[in-house]
Design a protein around this ligand. Structure first.
Ligand code: PAF
Length: 279
């Protein structure tokens, strides 16, 4: 399986396939079934498929979080190879992506970076857009694939692509879940076995909220009740939003597309999840 470590090699390789449809799946490695579903989606649509593996330092607002981010390169390469040996892997060193200084660029995110995840993780979305824009420039994909689990990230990337006329289709894919409902995330392996099992209550709660609650206030009440039964878990925020404006709403049934977003912390790990409220 072709693995490219430099921007120059990668660009040269891309030129060879000029004219064929290119798909990019940006990742930070420690691949799980969610990533693999994005790769499989790209295989159905694209001819020249690239998976980038790069733990992007600028999107971590905490050094400790960056240090403990799981790394499983050999397994990642095996997983990609088991899907197809034709997939290209872009595996740059930090100095390749940030040759001068490890810092984020400035972006106008229409304030989407200052709410929800952005409140507890200042600079996170600037870091994400910095690396995504660099990857887009290097690989020049037609399609780029992102999971719905990081819903705010997905909306920020879509918003940035649209307002800057970036010629890439942003393709979203549903969250893949563990057997107990926990949204798959590379960070789940940092949880103890018992907490990982218990964490299944989060999606169960979200699904029940969708079924029985009439408005955002009822949702908040129900989630607070449920979290009170799982004291190891700290609820960071819960919000019903209009998916189009990303504004918080209460009467979610009046909106065409609405989502319930949640973030919780347990054992020093941040978990995020969401559910569509309108279908
Ligand atoms: O979702 C992620 O894994 C990362 O934020 C991304 C998009 C690969 C950028 O580093």
């Amino acid at each position: 399986m072709p693995v490219f470590k430099t921007i120059l090699e990668t660009k040269k390789q891309r030129i060879k396939y000029n004219g064929s449809k290119c798909g990019l799946i940006p990742t930070m490695g420690s691949l799980h079934k969610g990533h693999l579903s994005l790769i499989k989606k790209s295989l159905k649509r694209d001819d020249d498929i690239w998976v980038s593996i790069f733990i992007n330092p600028t999107q971590f607002n905490c050094e400790k979080d960056l240090k403990k981010y799981p790394k499983n390169l050999d397994e990642d390469l095996e997983k990609i190879k088991s899907i197809s040996k034709k997939i290209n892997v872009f595996l740059p060193a930090e100095s390749e992506i940030y040759p001068k200084k490890i810092e984020s660029s400035k972006f106008n995110m229409n304030n989407l970076n200052n709410i929800f995840e952005g409140v507890d993780r200042p600079g996170h979305f600037e870091g994400v857009l910095t690396v995504v824009s660099k990857l887009f420039k290097i690989i020049n994909p037609d399609n780029a694939y992102f999971g719905e689990k990081d819903f705010q990230q997905l909306c920020i990337i879509k918003n940035w692509q649209k307002h800057n006329n970036i010629p890439v289709n942003i393709i979203a894919s549903p969250t893949i879940r563990e057997k107990n409902g926990l949204a798959m995330s590379s960070r789940n392996c940092l949880l103890s076995k018992s907490i990982r099992n218990e964490a299944g209550f989060i999606f169960k709660s979200l699904s029940e909220c969708k079924k029985i609650c009439r408005n955002g206030n009822e949702i908040k009440e129900k989630l607070l009740e449920d979290f009170n039964k799982h004291l190891a878990f700290k609820l960071n925020y819960v919000a019903c939003i209009d998916t189009n404006s990303f504004l918080e709403i209460n009467e979610f049934r009046k909106f065409k597309e609405s989502r319930l977003l949640i973030s919780a912390s347990v054992e020093g790990v941040r978990l995020i999840d969401n559910i569509a409220l309108n279908n």
